[in-house]
Design a protein around this ligand. Structure first.
Ligand SMILES: Nc1ncnc2c1ncn2[C@@H]1O[C@H](COP(=O)(O)OP(=O)(O)OP(=O)(O)O)[C@@H](O)[C@H]1O
Ligand SMILES: [Mg+2]
Length: 246
């Protein structure tokens, strides 16, 4: 599943963080340090020894073959599942649970097709212990942030994943935040990313970190830029290579 992790949104106050907003927010997002991270489910090691640093206001795209642990990595950074080894530090602090100002957004809110977008997002917060009223407030803020206001009462099948992408780029340009962006679309990864982490192998690790040297602001015209095409080709070859070894 594709997903986006948004870290510390400047000017976005939640009931939780009101009055105690971290100063880092004023600098366009949190820093993330992923240090020697190993993720396991039972006996199975999904990812091993991942080191990544994401700067304040940076967008790191994460790509890799299906099942390589992208969503697991996102969930670990969001504090939803604990590392087997290593750690994740957000603004220098080791995460235990989901810190304030960190939100995970699934591109397809398809968890419960019978719940509205708002109810799905609120549910994800509620299972993490957020009180009902606050969960709804935070869900609405999040929906506005990703450019989906007006769709609160829509059902997941009424949204297209693509609706998010250019909206998100626009929002990011207006309010730089730190983002970890997991996608199956290599075009999206290049379009959004300041860098791209390509994961591969079993267990997976960071095969390559690619700098996306395309200038901002970016729009659709970037899709024809020779640098864009070269980076896209590089990512493809890394992913295909990884698959070929399995
Ligand atoms: N809660 C869990 N319990 C056991 N195994 C899990 C759990 N979550 C994920 N896995 C396994 O860990 C591996 C990595 O899963 P993950 O969802 O992180 O991959 P992914 O890279 O996001 O894949 P995709 O591209 O298909 O979304 C998979 O083999 C998956 O079956
Ligand atoms: Mg996934």
């Amino acid at each position: 599943m594709s997903g986006i992790l948004v870290l510390r949104i400047p000017g976005m106050t939640t009931t939780h963080s009101a009055g105690t907003a971290a100063p880092a927010g004023a600098h366009g997002g949190a820093t993330v340090a992923i240090d020697g991270l190993t993720m396991r489910f039972g006996e199975r090691t999904v990812s091993q020894d991942i080191d990544l640093t994401i700067g304040a206001g940076e967008v790191l795209s994460i790509v890799g073959p299906s099942g390589c642990g992208k969503t697991t990595l996102l969930r670990a950074v969001a504090g939803l599942i604990p590392p087997a080894e290593g750690e994740v530090r957000i603004d220098g602090r080791t995460t235990a649970g989901t810190p304030d100002g960190v939100a995970m957004v699934f591109q397809h809110f398809g968890l419960f097709p019978w719940k509205t977008v708002e109810a799905n997002v609120a549910y994800a917060l509620r299972v993490r212990g957020v009180a009902k009223k606050e969960a709804l407030e935070r869900a609405r803020e999040l929906i506005t942030l990703v450019g989906l206001s007006g769709f609160e009462k829509s059902y997941p099948h009424q949204l297209s994943g693509g609706m998010l992408q250019f909206e998100l780029l626009r929002i990011w340009q207006d309010h730089p935040v730190t983002m970890l962006f997991v996608t199956h679309s290599i075009d999206e990864a290049v379009l959004f990313g300041d860098r791209i982490a390509v994961l591969n192998g079993r267990p997976s690790g960071v095969a390559e970190l690619i700098d996306v040297t395309l200038p901002h602001p970016r729009d659709r015209s970037v899709l024809a830029d020779p640098d864009f095409l070269a980076i896209r080709e590089r990512v493809w070859s890394l992913i295909m290579g990884a698959d070929a070894r399995h």
